[in-house]
Structure formats: structure tokens, C-alpha cells
Design a protein around this ligand. Sequence first.
Ligand code: HEM
Ligand code: HEM
Length: 183
Amino acid sequence: MAPIANTEDRYGLVAIVLHWSMALLMIGLAALGFYMAALPDAGFDTKKITLILYHKEFGLLAFVIFALRLGWRVTQVLPKLVEHLPEWQMVAARFVHLCFYGLMFAMPMTGWLMSSAAGIPVSFFGLFTLPDFIHRNDHLFGLFIELHKWLGYALVLLLAVHMGAALRHHIVFKDDTLRRMLP
Ligand code: HEM
Ligand code: HEM
């Protein structure tokens, strides 16, 4: 069993739970996002609206987990990458991780701003409603929808690289890269 905290050689339990719950959420939200955005805006069919509501609530949950994760990340040792990695792969791995932190922040943020600009406040599982930092504005709404979409494409692209690299290390190189992120 992994220790609670990170060590130089592996991720600890807290980081592992945060990583995999976030992975599930981000992949689920991206799939749901692309699916629901492609549904027609039918007048009497509430399916699209219902899915968007779920997407927003779980999107905010992702933001909460991101805040916890960032806090944990900056107070923990960062495990070293596996040995004998060419330098460009070290740089690429750390760069993708950094981009993920950016996306975990920017995806919920642009979603929230998009909703504010549309004049539809965001509630967090009915517990409270988020403040709107910007007023209703059709131009900004269009801008944030586009941004949110392109960040979604970037997420899919980086995921392919990240998952591909993790599987390649596990299957081809048979090193500990994936095992270090497992309990
Ligand atoms: C099924 C999909 C995924 C697999 C197989 C996977 C696998 C891994 C592995 C093996 C590591 C450890 C790499 C190392 O340090 O040697 C890792 C780290 C990391 N992964 Fe993933 N991952 C997945 C999805 C995601 C998603 C969706 C995100 C985006 C939120 C993400 C963000 C990160 C970050 C940021 C790190 C670096 C550790 C940290 O600083 O928190 N991963 N991942
Ligand atoms: C990590 C969190 C999130 C991810 C990965 C994500 C991902 C996506 C993706 C991929 C789309 C489809 C974009 C398109 O094809 O136009 C989408 C749409 C959307 N997202 Fe998110 N999202 C997240 C968080 C949020 C949050 C927090 C909100 C609002 C509070 C939000 C509101 C929306 C809305 C309203 C749409 C529909 C836009 C349309 O009808 O075209 N998202 N999201």
C-alpha cells in the first residue's frame, strides 16, 4: 500500500486519489460537454438543458478538487521521474503536467464566466449560487464559449499524449511510471 504522502520515488495515497478522481471527472466532463453541445436547442426537449446543468455542477466539483490538489501539490515533494529518461521526455512530461494544471483551472473558469455572460447563474448542487463577476454580455458569451471549446480540444490532445506515454512506459518499457500513480 502506498504511504499517505508523496516520497521521492512515488506518489502517496492522497495524490493518487486526487489524480484519479480528477481524471474521471475531466474525461467525463469533456465527453458530456461535446455530446451535449452537439444536441439541438429543441424548445420542448429539456434533455440538453438538464445535461448542461449536470455538467456545470460537476464542473464546479472539478474546480473544488483542483484547489485541494494544487494545495497538496505545492506542499508535497514531487516524485522524481523514472530514471534514464531522455531530457526531451522529462521536459515534455513536466510540460504536459503543467498544462493540465492550467486546464483544471481554466476549464471551470471559462465555464463559469460563460454562464455569467449568458445571465444564467451557476449553482453548486443547490447549496449556494456563485457570484457573477461579469454582467450579461452576448459578445463575451460567444468569446467564452469558443475559449471553453478550444480548451476542450487541447485537453483531449494532451490526454492522448499523457495516456499514450503512461501506457507505453507500462507496456513497452515495463518501468514503474504507472505503478507509482497506483495504490
Ligand atoms: C486514464 C488517463 C490517465 C492516465 C493513465 C494517467 C497516468 C498518469 C501517471 C502514470 C502519472 C505519473 C507520471 C510520473 O510522474 O511519472 C500521471 C501524473 C499526472 N497526471 Fe495523469 N493520467 C491520466 C489522466 C489524467 C488527467 C485527465 C489529468 C488532468 C487533470 C492528469 C494530470 C496529471 C498530472 C498533473 C500529473 C503530475 C502529477 C501532479 O503534479 O499532480 N492525468 N498521470
Ligand atoms: C473541468 C471542467 C470542465 C470541462 C473539462 C468542460 C468541458 C466542456 C466541453 C469539452 C464542452 C463542449 C464544448 C463545445 O463543443 O462547444 C463544454 C461545454 C459547456 N460547458 Fe464545460 N467543462 C468544464 C466545466 C464547466 C463549468 C464549471 C461550466 C459552468 C459553470 C461549464 C459550462 C459549459 C456549458 C454551458 C457548455 C455548453 C456550451 C454550448 O452549448 O455550446 N463547463 N464543456
